[in-house]
Design a protein around this ligand. Structure first.
Ligand code: AMP
Length: 231
């Protein structure tokens, strides 16, 4: 349940300034809560959540050419090559539902990906980093579950499904991601610190970064995120 203050959180109506801050990026380690927070922001602001991880998992499931290229990288906790992911992102943000804004969840993950966004002329209004210590990430990620049908994310303690193992949104089965196995998580955290964390400075230098400390509950973090977007 969302706290009372979250439910009554007011955004300015259209024309009140929010139209200028609709293209958002969420940064943070795997398991920091980007997907969950992106879902909340997406519903609150009415803009789509674009998760390159979800798009790639769908491509792997469907056995597409791109999925075949991506699978071995994903299974080992490595990043998929920039050219593959940049191509996916470019096609996705060209879709009609992105014209009023979007939230990028899991992209960019390298400085060249961020530079590619700039080169495409995509205006980014705010970048919000969710900061969660590695030890907490390792504990949290063990409880993460995703819907194998629609990609919605859950957590057995922090965001459980109403019926165990069944997605609230589409009725699909919720499962643990293969790359959430403890040894793969260590590899993903290493990749994050080496390759993705430099984006914090990249966007700080552009004056676009706000860091939010990930709180123990989804609702408490959402309040901070929405306040950061509104600020
Ligand atoms: P996620 O669901 O965001 O944790 O992504 C799952 C996996 O998909 C990552 O560990 C990468 O292998 C791959 N992936 C997702 N987004 C990107 C990206 N922007 N660049 C490279 N690889 C990505």
């Amino acid at each position: 349940m969302f706290s009372r203050s979250f439910l009554f959180y007011k955004f300015p109506p259209s024309g009140g300034g929010m139209e200028n801050i609709m293209n958002l990026i969420l940064l943070g380690a795997p398991g920091a809560g980007k997907g969950t927070q992106a879902e909340v922001i997406s519903k609150t602001l009415g803009i789509p959540q674009i998760s390159t991880g979800n798009i790639l998992r769908e491509a792997v499931k469907n056995g597409t050419e791109c999925g075949l290229k991506a699978k071995s990288f994903m299974d080992s906790g490595a990043l998929v090559p920039d050219d593959v992911v940049i191509g996916i992102l470019k096609d996705r943000i060209a879709e009609d539902d992105c014209k009023n804004g979007f939230i990028l969840d899991g992209f960019p993950r390298t400085v060249p990906q961020a530079e590619a966004l700039e080169a495409m002329g995509v205006r980014i209004d705010k970048v919000i980093e969710i900061d969660v210590p590695d030890e907490d990430i390792k504990n949290r990620i063990g409880g993460r579950r995703v819907c194998e049908k629609c990609g919605a994310s859950y957590h057995v303690s922090f965001k459980p499904t109403k019926v165990e193992g069944i997605c609230d949104s589409c009725g699909g089965n919720t499962v643990q991601r293969k790359d959430d196995a403890p040894e793969t998580v260590i590899e993903r955290l290493k990749t994050y610190h080496e390759t993705t964390a430099p984006l914090v400075d990249f966007y700080k230098n552009l004056g676009k970064l706000t860091t939010v400390v990930g709180k123990p509950t989804v609702e408490a973090t959402s309040e901070l995120m929405l306040a950061a977007i509104k600020a």
